[in-house]
Design a protein around this ligand. Sequence first.
Ligand code: MN
Length: 502
Amino acid sequence: MNFDNFEIWFVTGAQLLYGGETVKQVDAHSMAMVDGLNRSGQLPFKIVYKGTVNSQAEISAQFRQANNSKSCVGIITWMHTFSPAKMWIDALKSLRQPLLHLHTQFQREIPWSEIDMDYMNLNQSAHGDREFGYIMSRMRKPRKVVVGYWEDADVQERIAVWMRVCAAWKDSQGMKILRFGDNMNNVAVTDGDKVEAEMVFNYHVDYCPVGDLAKAVAAVTDTQIDKLIAGYESLYTFADEAGKGGSKHNQVREAARIEIALRRVLEEANAKAFTTNFDDLHGLNQLAGLASQRLMNDGYGFGAEGDWKTAALLRTMKVMANGLSGGTSFLEDYVYHFKGKGAILQAHMLEVCPSITAEKPRLEVHPLGIGGKADPARLVFTAHEGAGVAATIVDMGNRFRLIVNEVDCVPPEADLPKLPVARAFWTPRPNLQTAARAWIQAGGTHHTSFSYDLTAEYFEDYAELADVELLKINAETTIDSFKHDLRLNEVYYMLNRAVTAR
Ligand code: MN
């Protein structure tokens, strides 16, 4: 996973009305601006200036190139002068790239003693960008609008967030998610319409028979396992039973065997995310707990019990957070703590990504209690303190709904000596009662994709790109306004489709 091959194209709008000299100045200003943005050190990869466009033909040609480019993952537009927006219609009709409309101006302040009509004609973003905004709105084009002076850290941060979302969007186009086993029997919220998901998000959900994984497991050699165990020893503290000579060391070796096989099957399938099901482990010694934890840590998306929507979202969030250090993981709402603002103990049977802890994880082996298999190995740790976001996507039948809750991870009030799984402990904003009520009213899953590195803004940008519903639960949420949004959205997503379908 890296951003090195990605670029954002910067296209400046103008027209020839003001003469060639003006266009030259627009070009020079645009170049200086893109150069400044690239040198700011705030952006995750580079922006490439693609020139000033002055006519419908130039705009359409530029966007066609962007649509077909392998490296371009998004377009930033800025109207330096007035750029009559009918010139943009043809290009926008076929636009297949994410678009950010940067509403800025080359100079920060008005040069009071110098300003004349030439200056006014050259620097007319204030009205040129409104003309462009109109045609985007008229055509119902999803986009991000960023307003402010381009040298300001706040503006650059808004652009950087969107760029990370563009990279994640690009990554998910044609992404393969491999399911080992089906969704857990009778579970509704983790299931959904895979055809619709492919149409909306462009990712593809495939099935891999557990028997094929078992065959790969059988092909793993002792030498491969020895090498991987040595790797574990350098990263984790082994519990007595799990270490060499320990009563359950063989279960750690079996877990390593599964990891090697799972990794190979995913690589051969070119899959970026996967799901497992504890009830469907035919031919496997144990649930792939440790393997799932370590694969998530390497950037794979994961969903338990066949939850492919969560696996896809987690991968996408991993890409958004690429290179950031807070951590991103699959989690599940487990047990409540009704004290003060309330809190939720987050965990899973085994599968929590060690990227969310600052501790050295402990490698332990314990019985699972369900699934009827041998005792699985797992990493045990507690997530570090800090603010983060928990997100999920549910299938509402006529659309996908993305729900994001801002949460604050705090240290558990006491040690948990008898709890043999990794965990996080958080208070959702604004408090447990309102957050859980809103989440449940919206139909949110018990599974979430969680990240310390992302904010609600990432999901806003992502929802624009995918053109899906977004519901945010945060410090400002009240149940009255949230229920109002739910009702409005029901109508909006019915009518909006009628308006935009052509
Ligand atoms: Mn679960």
